[in-house]
Structure formats: C-alpha cells, structure tokens
Design a protein around this ligand. Structure first.
Ligand SMILES: Nc1nc2c(c(=O)[nH]1)N[C@H]1C(S)=C(S)[C@@H](COP(=O)(O)O)O[C@H]1N2
Ligand SMILES: [Mo]
Length: 323
C-alpha cells in the first residue's frame, strides 16, 4: 500500500479526529514496516515568483474588507484549531488560558542586515494596527469572516532589511510544554512551523494579527501575534509566533511535512483542487454554535475571493502540481 492510499480513508466529516488519529496510526505502522521510502531527501524549492504585476491601489484596498456578515466573537473564539492545546475545536478556548502572552519576544533572523531578538512592543513600535475584515477558510471545509487587527507583515520585515538571499520566510510557534498541554501528544512534529515565499510575505494583504474585533487577540486565536494570509488555507496562519527567519530555501512546514499529498506548500484556496479525501468546491460558513453550528454550504472561491489582488503572483504556475 502506498502512502497515498494509506491516507485515503473515507471521512464522514473532514474535521473528524478519529480519522486523523487513524491516519497517524497507519502511517506509523507503515513506517515501522519499512513500507515508506521516507528519507531525509531535500525538497525542491517552490517556483519563484514572476515579475511583480502592478495592481491598482484601489483594487488592492478592495481586498481589505468585505460586506459579508461577520462571524460572531463567540464562534470565532470557541471554534478553533490550535493543536498545542488539544485537537478538539472547543479545546483551545479552555486550555489556552495557561498561555502567557506577556512578556513576549520574537527572534527575527536569517538573511537580513539587522537580525535580533526583539520584544513585541518594539517589534510593532510606530506601526498602527489596521482593521482587516477577511474571509478565513480552513482546509477542512469550514469558513468564517473575521475582523482582524494587525500590521502588514511586509512593514515589519522591512525593518530587518532582508537581503537578496531571502527567498522565503519561515515562522515558528512557541513550544513550551509547561504552557501547552497538547505538546505531550505527537499530533505534529512540534514546534508548529509555517512558511511563505518572500513575495507572499511582502504582499499588502498578509497580516501579522494582534487583535480580533478591536480587542487584543485571545490566546486561543494565537495571541499575542499570529499570521493571517487570507487567500490561503487557515493552517498557513501560524499562531503565537516566536521566530521569523528569512531563508534561502523552502522551509520546513508542519502540515506539508506530515502529509505532502494533502497539504501543499502554497495551499492557496482553490475549489478546483480537491483534498484527496474530500471536495474543496464548497464550504460551511460557521454561524452559531451548538445545534445550529453550520449554515448552508456556499461555493468556495479561487484564492478565497482574492484572485484580483494575488493572482499575478502565481501566473504560469500549475496550480494542480504546486497546490
Ligand atoms: N501553532 C498553530 N497555529 C495554527 C494551528 C495550530 O494547530 N497550531 N492551526 C491552524 C489552522 S488549521 C487554522 S484553520 C487556523 C485557525 O485559526 P482560528 O482558530 O483563529 O480560527 O490556525 C492555524 N494556525
Ligand atoms: Mo485549518
């Protein structure tokens, strides 16, 4: 049985943890039996960006907000994915109370002229948080509309003066067992890591979020600092960031490493590229917890509806191969 076949387990609902755990077991079993030719072979870098296209500023700004109904604070803060605090949707809002978000330092390094470990206030000094109302689409098939507060990641990165060798940006979440009970389980190869190509990182839509609904970010949403990339699946939005590293080669990214056939490096929202175990054509907009957790399914849009703002970064890219 190939890894791909092993991972293709029928899922009643894609968020089902049992399915996920099963998959871990099967993969572990295969690894033990030597069936997986998993070696430490280096991954090829993702295709470089085509020359930057000029996007009309008014059209760019049109992506900064949406008139769609907002997900309630209650739903956005009690239906979460933050595996460091458990794999159930309701776990993080309870368990993440142990996360201390002050003082907080971020190590910025790699290919830049001014690396350093810097306190959160200094990192954001002089940058005014902006409100961005973005669609938020999880690869599992649910979505929300969230008013984030944050600063463009590009404005922060510029301060460290990236060099021409900085082709990607790598992000790392805190991994402290004393504060994060979920780290006791090998759900992922901790710490949680994610990455972007440099042009994606510098894109005006890409946000370092510090707040939600005009309030500081709750712990379960990734306080005090998390990434938001609205045209990508939610798992790219790494939470509680402690390191940002400018790197030359494709960085390790947690979900892509865990199941490369299921979670691409780019992971741009795309209704035409199904997940191996479920369709991505539609999504459930979260609306009301409890008995009425999900509203009707709505169509999923290419680049989560931000094609006009981000599409040119992927011109010429085979979106099936480089999903
Ligand atoms: N460190 C860390 N970051 C993470 C996750 C996680 O488990 N750990 N889950 C990701 C996933 S799958 C999604 S959909 C979003 C969920 O963000 P939210 O809970 O604020 O909606 O966070 C992403 N960032
Ligand atoms: Mo997700």
């Amino acid at each position: 049985m190939s890894l791909r076949d092993a991972l293709r387990i029928p899922a009643r609902d894609v968020t089902d943890e049992a399915v996920y755990r099963d998959r871990r077991r099967i993969v572990a079993g295969l690894a033990a039996s030597g069936a997986l030719g998993l070696s430490g072979c280096a991954k090829a870098d993702a295709p470089a960006a085509p020359p930057a296209a000029k996007i009309d500023p008014a059209r760019m700004r049109a992506g900064f907000t949406t008139a769609e109904p907002r997900t309630t604070w209650q739903d956005a803060t009690t239906y979460n994915n933050f595996y460091e605090f458990g794999t159930g949707k309701g776990d993080p809002s309870k368990a993440a109370r142990t996360l201390r978000t002050r003082p907080w330092t971020v190590a910025v390094g790699g290919h830049c002229a001014k690396p350093g470990r810097i306190g959160l206030d200094d990192l954001l000094q002089g940058l005014t948080p902006q409100e961005r109302v973005y669609r938020h689409r999880c690869v599992e098939g649910w979505s929300m509309v969230i008013p984030w507060l944050g600063v463009p990641l590009g404005d922060v990165l510029k301060r460290f003066k990236p060099t021409s060798k900085a082709k990607y940006v790598a992000f790392t979440t805190l991994a402290d067992r004393a504060q994060m009970p979920g780290l006791g389980y090998p759900a992922l190869d901790w710490p949680y890591r994610e990455g972007l190509r440099i042009d994606e990182a510098m894109h005006p839509l890409t946000l370092l979020a510090t707040g939600l609904y005009g309030k500081p970010l709750p712990q379960q949403n990734g306080a005090p600092l998390r990434l938001i990339v609205p045209w990508k699946y939610g798992f790219k939005g790494v939470k509680s960031i402690v390191a940002i590293t400018l790197v030359e080669h494709l960085p390790f990214t947690s979900w892509n490493d865990q199941a490369p056939d299921e979670y691409g490096f780019f992971s741009n929202v795309n209704p035409n590229v199904d997940h191996p175990r479920w369709s991505q054509k539609t999504e459930r907009r979260i609306a009301g917890t409890g008995s009425k957790l999900f509203a009707d399914r709505i169509p999923t849009r290419l680049f989560n509806g931000y094609a006009e703002q981000v599409g040119s970064m992927y011109a010429g890219l085979d979106l099936r191969k480089w999903f």
